[in-house]
Design a protein around this ligand. Structure first.
Ligand code: PLP
Length: 397
């Protein structure tokens, strides 16, 4: 392409890469397409691509084959018609809000969603004229009442609440949303399609921070939204002009992570169950939150036999300060504000994810100062327990 005899060195330097050798090479894994634009074969091709971006590639802000392979994979995993990838989980949340939270509309959000999700709505969308109603999404009567009164355009909740690990009744929320003309959007970051597929339960939109279990290795940020073609097209139209697109390297790392998602979720879940049972038998521990550790009809009804890698627990008599000693004592577990990595990670909600709330607000939600969250990794579970054991001792009065 573009190469002919007698070209000068500057032209060869720019054009002489051997494009012809690329076409017949079919790699066994999706390649990374580092390109900001793609050539048209002819005028008809140009028209096709501009009229329907799914027909081909023109400019990487409109679509990139590596990103598309991630989107195709996630749509199939979530049982959705289509998906759109974003550069972070928050960009994915913004993608949903940007379409379904228009000025003048009402939006219902579960008050225990990821803090930045509420922050985005409060700090950006409410200023533009959206009215936010924060509810306890596990209190269906409350959601029903608010939805009937305000006829929201969007109801948004998470599959497993953070950090108390309560399961949302997605089927009931979908019924309430649809009875009131709303779209139900579910953040499935904690669950992943290996545990639960919200679209099968009636959700219209399912989103992920792929930074977490989907990517799985703590080396990439991303987000993805799945839903029906009309909804995803509306988000894509917006992303095409606001440029909220992931890079091909990030998309590729995420695809690579997904190849082992089923194995990792099994390993995370098996380890987390053993850790939860060990905590349950330990006198130093007061409360353990892990889906299905106690009989839980929502977890049993909606989640697979695997219950994920996240759990939280309270250390008897521990304070804000002594929980700091726990964080300093962990050696194998990493004290960090993330989750879903292959390595175990731990966090003190009162001082990290929920530090922006008053102690009274936290207490009202059941997030006490002595609550700690662990994203249980896929290391040998005996090593995880022995590290937790000594760190809990450091915080125990
Ligand atoms: N949703 C949930 C449930 C999260 O836990 C997070 C981040 O922790 C996000 C969304 C935002 O994702 P990101 O950090 O990739 O922007």
């Amino acid at each position: 392409m573009g190469v002919s005899e007698n070209q000068k060195l500057a032209t060869i330097a720019v054009h002489a890469a051997d494009y012809d050798s690329i076409a017949p090479a079919i790699p066994t894994v999706p390649p990374i397409h580092f390109a900001s634009s793609f050539v048209f074969e002819d005028y008809a091709d140009l028209d096709r691509v501009f009229d329907d971006p799914r027909e081909g590639y023109a400019y990487a802000r409109f679509g990139n084959p590596t990103v598309r392979s991630l989107e195709t994979m996630m749509a199939r995993l979530e049982g959705a018609e289509a998906s759109i990838a974003y550069p972070s989980g928050m960009a994915a949340v913004d993608g949903v809000f940007g379409v379904f939270a228009q000025p003048g509309s009402h939006v219902i959000i579960s008050r225990d969603v990821y803090g930045a999700t509420l922050g985005l709505m409060r700090q950006q969308y409410c200023k533009l004229g959206v009215t936010l109603h924060e509810v306890d999404a596990t209190d269906l009567d409350q959601v029903r009442e608010v939805a009937a009164k305000y006829k929201p355009s969007l109801i948004h909740a998470e599959v497993i609440t953070n950090p108390l690990m309560k399961i949302s009744d997605i089927a009931a929320l979908a019924e309430i949303a649809h009875a009131n003309g709303a779209v139900l959007s579910i953040d499935n970051t904690f669950g992943t399609p290996m545990l639960i597929r919200p679209i099968e339960l009636g959700a219209d939109i399912v989103l992920h921070s792929t930074t977490k279990f989907i990517g799985g290795h703590g080396d990439v940020m991303g987000g993805i939204v799945s839903g029906n073609l009309d909804h995803i097209t509306a988000m894509r139209d917006r992303a095409r002009i606001n440029g909220s697109i992931p890079g091909p390297m990030d998309a590729w790392l995420t695809v690579r992570g997904i190849h082992t998602l089923h194995l990792r979720m099994k390993a995370h879940s098996a380890n987390a169950l053993v850790v939860a049972r060990w905590l349950e038998s330990d006198d130093r521990i007061d409360v353990i939150n892990y889906p299905g550790l106690q009989p839980d009809h929502l977890a049993d009804q909606f989640l697979s036999a695997d219950r994920g890698g996240l759990l939280s627990f309270e250390i008897k008599g521990a304070t804000l300060e002594s929980c700091g000693r726990y964080l300093e004592a962990v050696k194998l577990l990493k004290p960090a504000t993330t989750l879903g990595d292959v390595s175990s990670v731990t966090l003190h909600p009162a001082r990290a994810s929920h530090r922006g709330f008053t102690p009274e607000e936290r207490a009202a939600w059941g997030i006490r100062d002595n609550l700690l969250r662990v994203s249980v990794g896929i290391e040998d579970v005996d090593d995880i327990i022995s590290d937790l054991d000594q760190a809990i001792s450091a915080a125990t009065p």
